[in-house]
Design a binder for this molecule. Structure first.
Ligand code: ADP
Length: 612
């Protein structure tokens, strides 16, 4: 068979998806796959990984198998594909035996272009038999970092993938996609999936349309900050992540009590409620979703306008992935992180008290824990840094942005930071840690320094230490500064259930001339906190709202989420470009032939009927 060309791929991209051209990383990945090479693609959330395998699947013939960790993702992707006129299906336990049989028939007969499966399915003998009777030229592995114990979401079932690939003859092209960029994870993916001389594709990690903010916030203030933020973003859809189920319940209840339409999602709810709540959010019936990290992987909703983290997550990978669910359509969106050092303590507790997982060997468990500690430290450094937040994230992922230039789109670059000079206090902490011989935790150290008279201090006779009561600062400020010094490596926290504080690998920096330790001050909740989104002069706001309502009506008629009909970006483009003919409508971002045929008439009529 003649090798399909990139031109053919771009033709299909236009016809089925309505996009003019591939983004640079997509082009590289598609080119490599069409040339028959294995691929390892590292791209951040929202970069457009799915099109990298969906378009080649159309050109390679037979059925492309997509391995994906979550069932909710598969259902959504399959719906979106059928809206683009592409025969696709997924195999999951949510289907009846009859439906599963139909899907397997489609696989054998080659009528499906894409088939989504979970890694567990790869061991199912019926499935394997059907694959062996089918033509499978290409296997795409989504969220491929799940195969690595160095990644932030290790799933032992991903190890089955390489054995599965070996069972397919002739050997298919294999492409692995992930948003995790560290070299050890990349190497692990290549080894564990058995990729052969893979072409490595990496797009930049920057998401310029996302505005990042960090707000130090006492536990009490978090609710006020959140309410103020929601009030500034009426009619907009957002996700609020909390670290525990309990916190999800209480925050959602508090929001509803204040007339915010908010729903909730966590693994402790029964599946009927989870599905109902997720659907309400995706269909824009409810604007705010309060959830644990159980929500989101596989949520493709492109018009999420903000993501608030009510608690600090355990790693920058996890944070960037969750925050990255905002603004997939490329429109300006906000990512706000509320934190205080209690969040660091909670995460430390999660790491040190992991539940036994008998699928892990002892050595794997030790490795997983050690890398979790490193990642937590990098995450807390993000919360406390006074540098550009975007640069901090990009540097973590190994990119080297120009340090002299800020991004002008994060809270550290655009807001005046209230800074506290913690240099002297930092020296006092070092002296105290030295005197206490690295045998105590941060709470005790803080109590000693500020001269607390509680039983923990007095019973142990710590009030006789030289450093007792030598500083004029609150215990909570001292604890925060200790966390900053841990994040910077001046101090180190021991492993185990009761971490004690000692000198860190970079304590010497404190002895250098001119050393300064600046800390962000925790601000009170205020209303005029976050910047308004830039108004777009070209967009007709009233028409945009009408198109949004039309989209909602159509979505309800068809029983699909509104963003699958059209993205916010498409509606914005329409309300700016005011197309009057089919050809003009086709030129709108995200309009392909199928969508023109399905929706063109009604949208063109709505646009024509606008008040001029
Ligand atoms: P990822 O899986 O990497 O998080 P998606 O595949 O969900 O990203 O794509 C993110 C968004 O970008 C989607 O709304 C998608 O339709 C859009 N998109 C992808 N590729 C292109 C392209 N070449 N041109 C325009 N929009 C694109």
């Amino acid at each position: 068979m003649e090798r399909p060309s990139l031109q053919q791929a771009e033709e299909l991209l236009r016809r089925h998806f309505g996009y003019e051209r591939f983004r640079p990383g997509q082009k590289e990945a598609v080119n490599a796959i069409l040339a028959g090479d294995d691929v390892l693609a590292v791209m951040p959330t929202g970069a457009g990984k799915s099109l990298c395998y969906q378009v080649p699947a159309l050109l390679l013939g037979g059925t492309t198998i997509v391995v994906s960790p979550l069932i909710s993702l598969m259902g959504d992707q399959v719906t979106a594909l059928s809206k683009a006129d592409i025969p696709a299906a997924h195999l999951s336990s949510s289907l009846s035996a009859f439906e599963r049989g139909q899907v397997l028939d489609g696989l054998r007969q080659g009528t499906l272009r894409l088939l989504y499966v979970s890694p567990e399915r790869l061991e199912d003998p019926h499935f394997i038999a059907a694959v062996q009777a089918a033509r499978v030229p290409f296997v795409a592995v989504d969220e491929a970092h799940c195969v690595s114990q160095w990644g932030n979401d290790f799933r032992p079932s991903y190890r089955e993938i390489s054995r599965f690939i070996e069972r397919i003859g002739p050997r298919p092209i294999v492409a692995a996609f992930t948003a995790t960029a560290t070299a050890s994870v990349g190497d692990d993916i290549v080894a564990m999936l058995g990729l052969s001389a893979p072409r490595k594709v990496a797009t930049g990690f920057d998401r310029p349309n996302l505005r990042f903010s960090v707000k130090g916030s006492t536990s009490k203030d978090k609710l006020a900050h959140t309410l103020a933020f929601i009030e500034e973003h009426p009619h907009e859809s957002g996700i609020i992540y909390c670290s525990t189920r309990k916190e999800v319940e209480s925050l959602q209840a508090a929001l509803v009590a204040r007339n915010v339409t908010a729903t909730r999602y966590h693994a402790g709810l029964d599946s009927a409620e989870r599905e109902r709540n997720q659907a309400a959010f995706i269909n824009d019936d409810v604007l705010v979703m309060v959830a644990t990290n159980a929500f989101g992987m596989g949520i493709d909703k492109s018009n999420v306008r903000y993501v608030i983290h009510y608690n600090m997550p355990g790693s920058i990978e996890a944070y960037y992935q969750e925050a990255g669910r905002a603004g997939r359509d490329g429109e300006p969106s906000e990512c706000l992180l509320l934190y205080n050092d209690g969040d660091i303590v909670t995460n430390r507790f999660f790491i040190e008290n992991v539940q036994e997982d008998d699928r892990l060997t002892e050595e794997e468990r030790v490795n997983v824990q050690a890398s979790q500690r490193r990642r937590l430290q990098a995450m807390s450094a993000y919360c406390m840094t006074t540098d550009c937040l975007r640069h901090h994230i990009l540097a973590y992922f190994g990119e080297t942005p120009d340090p002299a230039r800020g991004c002008d789109n994060c809270s550290n670059c655009t807001e005046e930071l209230a800074l506290f000079d913690g240099t002297d206090l930092g020296f006092a902490i070092m002296r105290c840690v030295h005197e206490m011989r690295g045998g105590y935790g941060k709470t005790t150290i803080a109590d000693v320094l500020c001269g607390a008279k509680n039983a923990r201090v007095l019973d142990a006779g710590l009030d006789s230490l030289k450093n007792y009561g030598t500083v004029n600062a609150s215990a909570s400020r001292i604890r925060s500064l200790i966390e900053l010094m841990v994040a910077k490596g001046h101090l180190a926290m021991s492993e185990g259930a009761y971490p004690v504080v000692g000198y860190g690998p970079r304590w010497r920096e404190m002895t250098e001339p001119g050393f300064k330790l600046l800390m962000k001050d925790t601000k009170r909740a205020s209303k005029a906190s976050s910047k308004k989104r830039r108004p777009d002069a070209m967009v007709n706001g009233e028409l945009f709202e009408r198109l949004r309502r039309l989209r909602k009506t159509i979505a309800e008629e068809e029983g699909v989420p509104p963003y699958i009909v059209f993205s916010d970006a498409a509606l914005r483009d329409m309300s700016a470009a005011l197309p009057t003919t089919d050809a003009e409508f086709l030129a709108v971002h995200g309009v392909g032939e199928k969508k023109l045929a399905s929706y063109g008439e009604r949208f063109l009529a709505e646009i024509a009927a606008r008040k001029s």
